[in-house]
Design a protein around this ligand. Structure first.
Ligand SMILES: [Zn+2]
Length: 251
C-alpha cells in the first residue's frame, strides 16, 4: 500500500484535466473520468466521493491510485471507482506508449454517432490536429452500453487500435495521449470536429472535403504546440475563471 498523498502533483493534474473538460462542456455533472499512468503498475483515476460536487470542481482528493488490474493501491477513503474503469485499464494495457486516458460524454459527439454523421476533413488551418484526426478516420465502437468489464474494455480498445480516439456510439468518446495534455486536447479536438460536423448537418449542408494538395501543405506544428501550449491556455482559462484547482501548482 502506498501512502495516500503519493503523487500529489499528478492528482492535481488529473483534477485540472477534469475541470477543463467540464468547463468546455465535454462532461456535465458527475459523468466522465480521466486517468494517468504514474508507474508501470499504477495509475491515478478520478473517482467519486460521498460528497462529490461534479467534474467541474474536481480536486486532487477525488483522484485515487489503482493498479493495472483495477484493484485499489491505497485506502480509497469512501471513494467509488468508476464503473467504466475497464476503459482506462484496457487502453493503458494495450498502449504502453500512452500515459493518459479521457472518457467523456460530449453531446455533439453523441449526436454525430447516433445521427450517423461521418467525421470528415472538412476544414483546414482552423484546427490542423482536428483535421488530421478526421483524415485518419475516427473509429466508432458500436455498443451503447457501459464499458464496465474487461471484455467490453478490450473490445473498445480493439476498435481504438493505435489511434488517438474512439467514438462510443450513443455514449461519448475515449481519447488517449502520451501525456495528460495530449489526451485532453485530443478529446477537445474531437469535440470541435463533431461540433462543426453537426452544425453543417443542421444547416442542411454537406461540405466538400479539403483537397489533398491543401492538406499536404498544412504543417505539423508539433506536440509542444498542439498539446502543451493549448493545455497551458486552458489552465490559464481555468484560473481566470476562478476554477483553479487548490493545492500544488501546475507542473
Ligand atoms: Zn461513459
Amino acid at each position: 500500500m502506498i501512502g495516500e498523498r503519493a503523487f500529489a502533483r499528478e492528482r492535481s493534474e488529473v483534477a485540472r484535466a477534469c475541470r477543463v473538460l467540464a468547463m468546455e462542456g465535454l462532461v456535465t455533472d458527475i459523468l466522465g473520468h480521466v486517468s494517468l499512468r504514474v508507474t508501470e503498475q499504477l495509475l491515478l483515476v478520478r473517482a467519486r466521493g460521498p460528497a462529490d460536487q461534479g467534474l467541474l470542481l474536481s480536486t486532487g482528493d477525488d483522484v485515487v491510485l489503482v493498479d493495472t488490474d483495477g484493484a485499489p493501491a491505497e485506502d480509497l477513503a469512501g471513494h467509488a471507482l468508476p464503473q467504466e474503469l475497464p476503459i482506462h485499464l484496457a487502453v493503458l494495457r494495450r498502449r504502453p506508449d500512452m500515459a493518459a486516458v479521457v472518457h467523456a460524454h460530449p453531446p455533439d459527439v453523441v449526436l454525430c454517432s447516433i445521427g450517423g454523421l461521418a467525421l470528415e476533413p472538412v476544414f483546414g488551418a482552423f484546427s490542423i490536429p482536428a483535421m488530421r484526426m478526421a483524415e485518419r478516420g475516427v473509429p466508432v465502437y458500436r455498443y451503447y452500453g457501459l464499458v464496465r468489464d474487461r471484455r467490453r474494455g478490450e473490445e473498445m480498445a480493439d476498435v481504438l487500435g493505435d489511434g488517438p480516439a474512439v467514438v462510443l456510439q450513443g455514449h461519448g468518446l475515449t481519447a488517449t495521449g502520451p501525456s495528460l495534455a495530449g489526451a485532453v486536447v485530443t478529446a477537445l479536438n474531437l469535440n470541435r470536429l463533431a461540433a462543426v460536423t453537426l452544425a453543417l448537418a443542421s444547416a442542411g449542408r454537406r461540405a466538400p472535403l479539403v483537397p489533398p494538395e491543401d492538406r499536404a501543405e498544412l504543417p505539423d506544428l508539433g506536440e509542444g504546440f498542439n498539446d502543451h501550449a493549448v493545455w497551458r491556455a486552458y489552465l490559464a482559462k481555468l484560473a481566470h475563471s476562478g476554477l483553479a484547482v487548490p493545492g500544488p501548482p501546475a507542473g
